[in-house]
Design a protein around this ligand. Structure first.
Ligand code: CP3
Length: 343
């Protein structure tokens, strides 16, 4: 195992400065990404291991983050289960055959994640050798069952998950059946990513913040737990969970056998540290849209987070959600430099 700042912080044993990486650090805010994107669709890029390797490394070369997250998407598992997936400009993911009935569930294919996502493991193999003699940690990921199921049911992004909630209120057994399938294939998927070189994995539950406290316990938490327990049965690789608008679920997340909780910008990191089990590493939580602000504002807010977590052995600096395409790369550099020179 490589000794990285990411690994030290994730295992709550970092005595150095905090590591930093950013969700969506590879993407359209980078001119070198847009140049490749001109000639390829997003799906082509993520399914081509040479391109996916190159794009993963772009932000590492430009900014020197302490972790590289493989270039891919959480909807790989949806596609494996037969979702007819496309990424439409200005709209995001669109699924032409959404799940609406128990018959749709019965027709889901049996999936072998080893063959289905072969390009992902090849990308990780490439990255693992590229990063072998560096201090940059390599991260894999998958979507949490609730978030991936939301896309599969809504047929794309939805502001309030109205179709999912209608299903929850009428035929929750359809949703549970889908969540179970997704949890099962996500276990295989993350095992294979770890075996291909991932030194940490993050489970993204971006949409869980739309659930009530009770429904989160019914429709999200048990399926993340199933994945986490499945992975921990074989590997000690650090597991991180991210969720947006859901720091109030902290007391539920901390019951999971996870190593890192990645929180959004609404909560106070120091307060989270006080209220959660002390061996849980925390990742976050600069408001990504603050990167649209002045350099002074960015600096003040970045230092405020650093100061509030100063000396914490289990703190990983990140944004509270992903970098958006409109961000000036120089502002990302400012944050990385501030964190990496912090004493
Ligand atoms: O973080 C990284 O740099 C690694 C790559 C990564 C992408 N998506 C690349 C991507 C990761 C980890 C994701 C996860 C993901 N994908 C999530 C969870 C985290 C989050 O952002 O909430 C979700 C909900 C998705 C689903 C998804 N994929 C959406 C909603 C969109 C459209 C939004 C957008 O920014 O266009 C995508 C497309 C996508 N995924 C792009 C990238 C770089 C843009 C593709 C393009 O070039 O058009």
């Amino acid at each position: 195992m490589k000794n990285t700042l990411y690994n030290q912080a994730a295992t709550h044993s970092n005595s150095d400065r905090p590591p930093i990486w950013m969700m969506r650090q590879a993407g359209r805010f980078l001119p070198e990404y847009r140049e490749i994107r001109q000639n390829h669709s997003f799906l082509d890029m993520m399914k081509n291991p040479d391109l996916a390797t190159e794009i993963t490394l772009q932000p590492i070369r430009r900014f020197g983050m302490d972790a590289a997250i493989m270039f891919s998407d959480i909807l790989v598992t949806a596609e494996a289960l037969g979702s007819d997936l496309d990424f439409v400009e200005k709209k995001g993911p669109v699924i032409a055959n959404p799940i609406r009935s128990m018959d749709d569930i019965k027709n889901l294919p049996d999936v072998d994640m080893k063959t289905h996502a072969h390009y992902v493991y090849k990308t990780l193999n490439n990255l693992s050798s590229e990063l072998k003699n560096t201090s940059t940690a390599l991260l894999g990921f998958c979507g949490a069952p609730f978030t991936v199921a939301s896309y599969m049911i809504e047929g794309g992004s939805s502001p309030d998950l109205r179709t999912v909630k209608t299903m929850m209120g009428h035929e929750p057994e359809i949703l549970h059946a889908l969540l179970n399938k997704l949890a099962d294939i996500s276990i295989d998927y993350l095992h294979l990513q770890i075996e291909a070189g991932a030194e940490g994995v993050q489970i993204f539950d971006t949409w869980a913040g739309h659930l009530s406290y009770l429904d989160f316990q019914s429709f999200s938490l048990p399926y993340i737990k199933k994945i986490v327990d499945g992975i921990k049965a074989k590997h000690s690789t650090p597991i991180s969970v991210y969720s947006r608008y859901s720091s109030n679920f902290g007391p539920l997340f901390e019951t999971l056998n996870i190593d890192v909780l990645s929180v959004d910008w609404q909560c106070d990191m120091a307060q989270m540290r006080q209220s959660l089990r002390p061996d849980l590493a925390l990742q976050g939580n600069l408001d990504p849209l603050l990167l649209l602000g002045s350099r002074d504002t960015i600096k003040t807010r970045t230092l405020a987070i650093l100061d509030s977590m100063k000396g914490d052995p289990g703190f990983i600096f990140n944004l509270g959600h992903g970098v958006i395409p409109q961000i000036d790369p120089d502002n990302v550099k400012l944050v990385v430099d501030l964190v990496q020179s912090y004493t």
